[in-house]
Write a new protein. Structure first.
Length: 267
C-alpha cells in the first residue's frame, strides 16, 4: 500500500511560511505573519470619524473602511457631503463621481476639504465602472451618483474593489423622497442604508422672513454589526448651511411640511 503524498504548501501562503525553512527565531515568523495580516485588518476594522451628530447612526461611531453606504431620501446629497467630510481629520482624499448639480460652496459648508476633493464627470457614453474602479484605487472616500448605470457584475466588482482597497463608497440618489431603501439600492448590496424622511423647514416666523433650517429624521439599518436599527433627528442644513444636532422640536407655526413635489425641488 502506497502512502498518500503530503499536500504541498501553496507558495506565498501561511503554510509555506511555517513549513519551510525558518530563518531566525519564532518571533521572526510571527513578525512576518503580522505583516501579511495587517493590511487586511486595517482595511476592514479601521474607521473614519464622522461629525458627532452622525456618530449615533454608525455601529462604530464612524465609517468603516471598505464599506458601502447607501443614502436615500430628501437631503441625501447633503448627508453624503457630511459623511464625505469624515476624511478631513485624517487628511484623506475624497472624490465625487457624477452629481453634476453639486455646488462646491455646499461641500465647503459641510466640512469637506476642497483642497483634497476631486470632481469626476462620467459622460453616459463612457464606461463608468472603469472610472469608479480607478478612483477607488487611490482615494479613501468616494461619493457616487446612484443615477449612473452599472450592470450587476460591475456593481459587484466595484464593491469588491472598495473592500480590497479599504475605501468607503457612499452611494447617493437625490430626489427620491418616497423610495424605500430596497427600491433605491437596486442591485447594490450596501452594508449600511441611511434613509432621510419627515423634512420640515423652519425660519419664516409670522409669515415673513427666510427658511433657515431643515429638520430631518434619519433611520439607519444594515448588515452584521449595523443590523440594529438606529434613529436620529438632525438639522440638515442648520442656519450656517451645515449639519447640527436638533436641540428641540420647533413650534408648529414655524414649521413648513414639504410635499413630495417640493421635496424634489429642495433635495
Amino acid at each position: 500500500m502506497t502512502a498518500s503524498p503530503s499536500p504541498r504548501p501553496i507558495p506565498g501562503s501561511t503554510s509555506d511560511i511555517i513549513s519551510g525553512p525558518v530563518p531566525g527565531s519564532r518571533s521572526a515568523v510571527l513578525r512576518r505573519l503580522s505583516e501579511m495580516i495587517r493590511p487586511v485588518t486595517l482595511a476592514t476594522d479601521r474607521t473614519l470619524p464622522v461629525a458627532d451628530p452622525l456618530a449615533a447612526l454608525l455601529p462604530d461611531g464612524g465609517l468603516a473602511r471598505g464599506s458601502l453606504v447607501q443614502v436615500a431620501g430628501v437631503g441625501a446629497t447633503s448627508l453624503g457631503l457630511a459623511l464625505l467630510a469624515a476624511g478631513r481629520a485624517a487628511g484623506s482624499w475624497a472624490a465625487v463621481i457624477g452629481l453634476p448639480e453639486l455646488a462646491l460652496v455646499s461641500a465647503d459648508e459641510h466640512g469637506v476639504d476642497l483642497d483634497r476633493l476631486v470632481l469626476i464627470d462620467v459622460p453616459r457614453w463612457r464606461r463608468g465602472a472603469e472610472v469608479v474602479a480607478a478612483t477607488i484605487d487611490g482615494i479613501d472616500l468616494v461619493l457616487l451618483d446612484r443615477r449612473l448605470r452599472f450592470t450587476a457584475s460591475e456593481m459587484r466588482r466595484i464593491t469588491a474593489r472598495g473592500r480590497e482597497q479599504g475605501s468607503v463608497l457612499i452611494l447617493v440618489e437625490p430626489g427620491l423622497p418616497d423610495a424605500s431603501p430596497s427600491e433605491s439600492s437596486g442591485d447594490w448590496s450596501p452594508d449600511l442604508v441611511l434613509t432621510l424622511h419627515s423634512p420640515r423647514w423652519s425660519g419664516l416666523g409670522s409669515g415673513h422672513g427666510v427658511l433657515r433650517r431643515r429638520h430631518v429624521a434619519i433611520d439607519a439599518v444594515g448588515r452584521g454589526r449595523a443590523s440594529r436599527p438606529r434613529h436620529v433627528e438632525l438639522l440638515l442644513p442648520d442656519q450656517r448651511g451645515s449639519l447640527a444636532a436638533d436641540p428641540l422640536e420647533p413650534s408648529p407655526d414655524a414649521v413648513i411640511p414639504l410635499s413630495s413635489r417640493e421635496h424634489r425641488v429642495a433635495g
